[in-house]
Design a protein. Sequence first.
Length: 101
Amino acid sequence: MRKVDSATDDQIRILVVQTAFLGDIILTTPLLLALRAAFPKAYLALLTTPSGMDALSGWKVLDQVIGYDKHKTEKGIADFWRKVREIRGKKFYLALAAHRS
């Protein structure tokens, strides 16, 4: 992974988005580990489902696990845009979608 030149590691805020099934979320953990290794001082967050939150909350690799309940409490378009505004407000430097869709 190439080093980012325009910001120091402790200024970089990285968001990984994985809102698929639990198995897909678990398969994203090598990516999260690689990001942590490449940017040890960066702020690393994961946007995921309630089951992903249950599985990965408290994992020391992540600074934050952000829940997105796209099938129940946040399933409407207004809820989607509310989550978009929340995420934008966190001023991430880089966002990665870990699912092909």
